[in-house]
Design a protein around this ligand. Structure first.
Ligand code: SAH
Length: 407
C-alpha cells in the first residue's frame, strides 16, 4: 500500500483554514472537523495526508489527517504543533491504550476486551478488539488506511497475538468515508473456527470471520452480568439475542427458571444454541424469528415473563431520525412491559448514539404512562470501561442499558 505523503515524517503538507468563528470545538479538543467548518486548504493534501488546522487568522489549532472524500474532512490527533503524526506517534497511542486495559484488569488472554476504542483512546477511526489470542481490527477512517501496516506492526509487538484480522466497517460508515477494505488476515494466522472466550466464568464461541461487529457485543459484557443478577427463578425473554450473551448468562450464572432467546438472524441463533450448549444451559430455548412479531404474538397469547431483555439494533441512524427511533423504542418497550408480570424486570438497551440517555428515560416514562405501570429504574448503565469515552467527543457514548423493575 502506498504511503500517504509525509506519513513517515508526520509533518503537515498543508493547512486547513477554518471559517471565522468555527474554531471553538477544536480548541475544545473535538477531533472531527467537518467540511462545512473549513474555508479552504492551503497547500495540497491527498487522503491520509497530515494537515494542520488553523483559525481564519492563521493560529494553529491542531494536527490531523485529511480525507477529501469524507464529511469529517480532518480528524485531529494532536493539539500542539510539536507533535509529528508519524508511525512512532501512533505506536505510542496504541501502547497507551494497551496499558489502560492492563490497568483495568481486562488483559486476560483467555477473555475478550476492546483494546482500542477510537476517539475514546485518542485514535479516531480505529477499533481493535481482542478475542483470546486474536485481534480484530476495524478501520472507520480512510486516512488511517495508509498507516494500517504500521498499526498492525505496533499491535503485534504490544499484544503478541496469534493473528490480526481486518474486519470491514459498518456499511454506512464505510460509504461515508469512501472505504473499500476487504476482510483479510493482516498478521499471523486466522483461527481455524470459532474463538472461545471467557466472560464472567462462562465460555462463548465467537465467529471472528463472519460475526456481527467484530464478532461479539463486547460493550454489553458487564450489562450481561448485571442483568443476570436479577434473573433468579424467573422466566426470561431475551429478544434480539444475537449469540446468546444475555440468555446464557441469565440461564446459568443468573439461575433463571427458563429463557426464550429470539433473533431474526439464523446465523445468530445457531451461535446462541451452540453457546447455550457449551455452558450446559439446557433451559434456553432459541428461536429464529422477527422479535417485534414474536413479542406481539406472545402478548396476544397472554404469555408472561419475569424478565425481558431488549437489545435491538440501532434505530436512529442520524439526528434527523431521532423522533422516529423514539417512537419505535416506545412501541417495543410498551409491548415488553405488557409481557412482564408485576414486579418483573425490564432490561432495555439502545445503541443509537443520537438518542440521548435523557431521551431514552423520557421514552420509558411515556411507556409507564401509557401502560399504567410504575417503572423503577434500578441501574442506568453504559458500555464497559474498555470502551472509554473522550469527554470532548461525547458522540462516543452511544450505549444505554436501563435495568428497571416494573410494578
Ligand atoms: N444482546 C446481544 C446483542 C444484540 S445486537 C448480545 O449481548 O450479544 C442486535 C441483534 O438484533 C442482532 O443480533 C440482530 O441480528 C438482531 N435483529 C435485528 N433485527 C431484528 C428483528 N427484527 N428481530 C429479531 N432480531 C433482530
Amino acid at each position: 500500500m502506498p504511503d500517504a505523503p509525509s506519513a513517515e515524517a508526520g509533518l503537515p503538507t498543508a493547512t486547513a483554514i477554518l471559517k471565522p468563528k468555527r474554531a471553538r470545538p477544536f480548541f475544545g479538543r473535538h477531533p472531527w472537523v467537518l467540511d462545512s467548518a473549513i474555508e479552504r486548504l492551503n497547500g495540497t493534501a491527498d487522503v491520509g495526508a497530515v494537515v494542520d488546522l488553523a483559525t481564519h487568522d492563521g493560529h494553529f489549532v491542531g494536527r490531523g489527517l485529511w480525507n477529501p472524500a469524507s464529511r469529517i474532512r480532518v480528524r485531529l490527533y494532536a493539539f500542539d504543533a510539536a507533535t509529528r503524526l508519524d508511525d512512532e506517534f501512533f505506536r505510542g497511542r496504541l501502547a497507551a491504550a494497551v496499558a489502560l486495559r492492563g490497568h483495568l484488569g481486562l488483559d486476560d488472554r483467555a477473555a475478550a476486551a476492546r483494546v482500542v476504542n477510537s476517539e475514546g483512546d485518542d485514535l479516531s477511526g480505529l477499533i481493535v478488539d481482542r478475542y483470546g489470542e486474536y485481534l480484530a481490527v476495524q478501520v472507520t477512517a480512510a486516512a488511517l488506511v495508509p498507516r494500517l501496516d504500521a498499526i498492525a506492526a505496533g499491535l503485534d509487538e504490544l499484544v503478541r497475538p496469534r493473528g490480526i484480522l481486518l474486519r470491514g466497517a459498518e456499511r454506512g460508515l464505510a460509504k461515508l468515508e469512501g472505504l473499500h477494505l476487504p476482510d483479510r488476515v493482516i498478521r499471523g494466522v486466522a483461527p481455524g473456527g470459532p474463538v472461545f472466550v471467557a466472560e464472567h466464568g462462562l465460555r462463548f464461541g465467537v465467529d471472528l470471520a463472519e460475526g456481527q461487529k467484530t464478532g461479539w457485543y463486547l460493550d454489553q459484557r458487564d450489562n450481561r452480568l448485571a442483568a443476570a443478577r436479577h434473573a433468579r427463578g424467573r422466566r426470561v425473554l431475551d429478544a434480539f439475542c444475537y449469540s446468546g450473551g444475555f440468555a446464557v448468562a441469565c440461564a446459568t450464572a443468573g439461575g433463571a427458571r427458563s429463557v426464550l432467546a429470539v433473533d431474526s438472524s439464523a446465523k445468530a441463533t445457531a451461535l446462541a444454541k451452540a453457546n447455550a450448549e457449551l455452558n450446559g444451559a439446557a433451559n434456553v430455548a432459541v428461536e429464529t424469528a422477527d422479535a417485534f412479531e414474536k413479542l406481539d404474538a406472545l402478548a396476544a397469547a397472554g404469555e408472561r415473563f419475569g424478565m425481558v431483555v431488549l437489545d435491538p439494533p440501532k434505530f436512529a441512524r442520524s439526528r434527523a431520525s431521532v423522533d422516529d427511533a423514539l417512537r419505535a423504542y416506545h412501541r417495543v418497550n410498551r409491548v415488553a412491559v405488557g409481557l412482564l408480570e408485576p414486579g418483573g424486570i425490564l432490561v432495555t438497551c439502545s445503541c443509537s448514539g443520537s438518542v440521548s440517555r435523557d431521551d431514552f428515560l423520557e421514552m420509558l416514562a411515556g411507556v409507564a404512562q401509557r401502560s399504567r405501570r410504575s417503572i423503577q429504574v434500578l441501574e442506568c448503565r453504559g458500555a464497559g470501561a474498555d470502551h472509554p469515552v473522550n469527554v470532548s467527543c461525547l458522540e462516543g457514548e452511544y450505549l444505554k442499558c436501563v435495568i428497571a423493575r416494573v410494578a
